[in-house]
Ligand binder design. Structure first.
Ligand code: UDP
Length: 327
């Protein structure tokens, strides 16, 4: 069997990656501590419950499954929380990833696909961010991801570990077949929060900052469908299997939507009212993060076919009304 180790396979993006891996002839082995993930989201291969910091369990997992690659999704991922609790982010994301990367390289598994973030770029005066831009992370979350990118470069020099590093913009939507979707407790991300308001489970959505230097004063983000994101991972994995060199790829569409535009689209898709409250800025947020995504299209043949904003919201809405996990 062609095993792939998927850390964070019980989480939002990781579970969608497991689905596409399975459909493509791989067996995804989820490695997850279930701190923010869900046992029920693990539907496409075995689950190993473990910590990234548990070297013995990692070694036993590599020995048992002999994966041909690692897809590393497991991470804490909330910008605001990272500003309040930087130690947690450095320990969990950086120390945990270091242990995983070392275990991977020493097991002789030399293909590594890593979930990084557009937040590593920070604020850059309204330019489209491409992979050659300098990195200016402004939150501990973003700094932790940049540090892991550097660790990967060091292990390439020492062990020949090759990587595909994906810097995601804002991942949204859900499996169109409704098997899995986004489910965080508590939820903090914009689209699911707005949909909870539309559903009547929250009173209003707070707009974090209305005085940014953007056309309507709210933050601009580049939203990309989770199925398009995991499709890129498959392409990245195949590239590594063919012997391709390490490479960083942005995953976005090149189109920025403001917080107000997203809320308006959610009203349109759901046909429900969405009351808003204007609040102060959220520490750690950048004004605008919009992708130059030519490289993934050119070098991987990636085409984000599902990333129309209305469609992403419709898929998220369908999932939110029917699907949830209990365990
Ligand atoms: N946002 C907001 N209200 C919310 C949640 C998010 O105004 O309840 C804003 C947030 O400040 C950012 C954008 O929506 O500008 C996207 O935030 P999200 O947490 O979804 O993703 P991030 O960009 O932090 O990865």
């Amino acid at each position: 069997m062609r095993h792939v180790l998927v850390t964070g396979g019980a989480g939002y993006i990781g579970s969608h990656a497991c689905k596409i891996l399975r459909a493509s002839g791989f067996t995804p082995v989820t490695y997850d501590n279930l701190s923010t993930g869900w046992r029920e989201a693990v539907r496409f291969g075995p689950l190993v419950e473990g910590e990234l910091s548990d070297r013995e369990k990692l070694d036993a997992t590599f020995a048992r499954y002999r994966p041909l690659a690692v897809l590393h999704f497991a991470a804490l991922s909330q910008v605001g929380e990272s500003v309040r609790r930087p130690g947690l982010y450095w320990r969990n994301n950086v120390e945990g990833s270091l242990t995983l990367i070392e275990a991977t390289a020493e097991a002789g598994c030399l293909n590594f696909v890593f979930s990084s973030t557009c937040a590593v770029y920070g604020d850059q005066d309204g330019v489209l961010l491409d992979e050659s831009c300098a990195l200016h992370p402004v939150s501990p979350y973003a700094s932790s991801k940049r540090a892991i990118e550097e660790i990967l470069r060091d292990f390439e020099r020492s062990h020949g570990l090759r990587s595909a590093i994906f810097r995601y913009f804002n991942v949204a939507g859900a499996d169109p077949e409704g098997e899995i979707g986004e489910f965080h407790r508590p939820e903090t991300h914009l689209i699911p929060v707005v949909l909870e308001v539309a559903e009547g489970r929250r009173e209003a959505v707070s707009i974090f900052g209305t005085d940014y230097p953007t056309p309507d004063g709210t933050c601009l983000r580049d939203y990309v469908h989770v199925m398009d994101v995991v499709e890129a991972h498959l392409l990245g994995l195949r590239r590594l299997e063919r012997g391709g060199e390490s490479r960083v790829f942005n995953l976005g569409t090149g189109h920025g939507y403001s917080v107000r535009e997203v809320i308006e689209q959610c009203r349109r898709v759901t046909g429900r009212p969405v009351p808003v409250v204007e609040s102060g800025r959220r520490p750690g947020d950048c004004a605008a993060l919009v992708s130059g995504s030519a490289r993934a299209r050119r070098e991987l043949g990636w085409e984000p076919t599902r990333s129309d904003l209305g469609r992403m919201i419709a898929d998220a809405w369908a999932w939110q009304q029917t699907g949830h996990y209990d365990s």
